[in-house]
Design a protein around this ligand. Structure first.
Ligand SMILES: C[S@@+](CC[C@H](N)C(=O)[O-])C[C@H]1O[C@@H](n2cnc3c(N)ncnc32)[C@H](O)[C@@H]1O
Length: 390
C-alpha cells in the first residue's frame, strides 16, 4: 500500500471508531476486508489509528474537524508533512483537500496545548495530579514502550539480554530494577522469540513490576490473587519467592492462560474453586478493575469511551472488592490494592474511604507511578491488618 492508501484506510477506520465502534474490532474488520494489505501495511495502519486516538482533540483542532479526515490531516500538519502529496486523489489515496479544509484548523501551539482528555475528566485529572496534570496528560499522547520481566528461575538479566539479541530484539535493563528490560527494537518479534517461549522473560510493564517488588512476601506465605486475570502479579511474585498462590477471578475464563504461563515460568498457581473463604491469606493482591487511565498510551480509545457513570460503577466495584478482601486476610496479613489508574477516585480516595470504614487496617505504603518516573500510570497501596505484622 502507498502512504496515501494507508492514510485512506486509517480515515475509514477512524470514522467507524468515532461513530462508536471499538478500535480493535474496527481494525480487525478492516484487515479482514483488505486481503491485499500485508503485515507491514496492517501494522502501519494500526499505528496511524492509535496515534490519532492518543491525540484526538489536538489533531482534530489542527485538522479542522473531528473526523477521520480531520484527524489524519491534523497529524500530517503536526509532522510538517506535505498534506497534498498524501491527499492526492490518485490510486487509493484520499481525495484532494477542499478549499475549506486548506484554511481550517487551529495554530499548532494552540492545538498542542490541549490536554487530549475528555472534557468531563479534565477537572478530575487536575485534582488528582496537580501541577503535573498537563505534562502527564501529554505523556499519554506518546506510544508506550514494551517492557519485559526477566524470570530469575530461568535466566539472569545478562543471559536474557543475550538471548533476546540472538532473536533480533534489543533490550536494556532499568537502572533501578535490573530484571525489568525495556525493548528498544524488535518489539514485534518477542512473542515468537526463544527466551519468551522458554519462560526466561514475560511481558509486563515496568510500573507493575516495581509495585510487585514492594510486596516482598516471605517464603512459604499463603497469597491470594483475588482479581487474577492472566496472573501477571502472581507470576511476578513467584518468580522471586516460593509461595503458595491461589488465583481467583469473578470471570474464571480470564485465568485460562494462567496454568500454561505458570508452567512456562517454572512455577505453579492453584486456581481457586468457586470462591475463596476463611481468613487464611498472608497477602491478598487486589488488582482491581479500573478505568485503565494509566494505560491510555496503549489503549487510547478507552480514554474517549470512559464516562462518569462507568467511573462511578468501577469505584463502587473496587470498594466492594476491598471489603471482600478484608474478610479473607488473616489477622496481621496484608492487602495490596492496585490499579492502573492515575485518578484519585480509584486510588487514594478509595483507600482513605476503606481505612475509614475498616479501622483494623493501616496503610504503611502508598505509591503512584507515572510515565514520568516509571512507565504506565499505576497505583499500589499496601494495607496491613492491625493484629500484627505479616
Ligand atoms: C485489572 S484486571 C486483573 C489483571 C491481572 N491481575 C493481571 O495481572 O494480569 C481485573 C480483573 O478483576 C476481575 N474482576 C472483576 N470483578 C471482580 C470481582 N468482583 N471479584 C474478583 N475479580 C473481579 C476481572 O474479571 C479482571 O480479570
Amino acid at each position: 500500500m502507498t502512504p496515501g492508501a494507508r492514510v485512506a484506510a486509517a480515515i475509514q477506520i477512524l470514522d467507524r471508531i468515532l461513530a462508536g465502534q471499538q478500535a480493535e474490532p474496527a481494525l480487525i474488520a478492516w484487515a479482514r476486508a483488505s486481503r491485499f494489505a500485508g503485515s507491514g501495511d496492517r501494522a502501519a495502519v494500526r499505528d496511524l489509528v492509535f496515534q490519532a486516538l492518543r491525540r484526538r482533540d489536538s489533531l482534530a483542532a489542527l485538522g479542522g474537524a473531528l473526523s477521520g479526515r480531520g484527524l489524519m490531516l491534523g497529524m500530517l500538519r503536526a509532522e510538517g508533512a506535505d498534506s497534498d502529496a498524501i491527499f492526492s486523489g490518485t490510486g487509493h489515496a484520499p481525495p484532494p483537500l477542499t478549499e475549506a479544509e486548506r484554511t481550517a484548523g487551529a495554530p499548532i501551539a494552540q492545538a498542542e496545548a490541549l490536554p487530549d482528555l475528555p472534557d468531563w475528566l479534565w477537572p478530575l485529572w487536575q485534582a488528582s495530579l496537580g501541577a503535573r496534570a498537563l505534562s502527564l496528560a501529554h505523556a499519554m499522547r506518546d506510544r508506550a514502550p514494551l517492557w519485559l520481566r526477566v524470570n530469575p528461575r530461568r535466566a539472569t538479566p545478562a543471559q536474557a539480554i543475550a538471548a533476546l539479541t540472538d532473536a533480533g530484539i534489543d533490550a536494556i535493563p532499568d537502572p533501578h530494577l535490573p530484571t525489568a528490560l525495556r525493548v528498544t527494537s524488535g518489539e514485534r518479534r518477542v512473542h515468537g522469540a526463544a527466551p519468551y517461549r522458554a519462560g526466561w522473560v514475560e511481558m509486563q510493564d515496568l510500573s507493575p513490576q516495581i509495585a510487585c517488588s514492594l510486596l516482598a512476601p516471605r517464603p512459604g506465605q499463603q497469597v491470594l490473587d483475588y482479581c487474577a486475570g492472566g496472573g501477571g502479579k502472581s507470576l511476578a511474585l513467584l518468580a522471586v519467592t516460593d509461595l503458595s498462590v491461589t488465583a481467583h477471578d469473578a470471570a474464571p475464563a480470564r485465568m485460562s492462560d494462567l496454568p500454561e504461563r505458570a508452567a512456562r515460568a517454572g512455577v505453579s498457581v492453584t486456581l481457586s474453586p468457586p470462591a475463596p473463604s476463611g481468613q487464611n491469606y498472608d497477602l491478598i493482591i487486589a488488582d482491581v478493575p479500573c478505568s485503565g487511565s494509566g494505560t491510555w498510551r496503549r489503549k487510547p480509545d478507552a480514554k474517549w469511551r470512559l464516562t462518569p457513570e462507568r467511573l462511578a460503577e468501577l469505584c463502587a466495584l473496587q470498594a466492594e472488592i476491598l471489603d471482600d478482601c478484608a474478610d479473607l486476610v488473616r489477622p496481621g496479613g496484608r492487602i495490596a490494592y492496585m490499579t492502573c489508574s492515575l485518578l484519585d477516585a480509584e486510588n487514594g480516595d478509595q483507600i482513605d474511604r476503606f481505612v475509614a470504614r475498616n479501622q483494623r487496617f493501616t496503610e504503611p505504603e502508598r505509591r503512584l507511578l507515572t510515565p514520568e518516573d516509571a512507565s504506565d500510570g499505576f497505583f499500589v497501596s499496601i494495607l496491613t491488618h492491625s493484629a500484627g505484622a505479616a
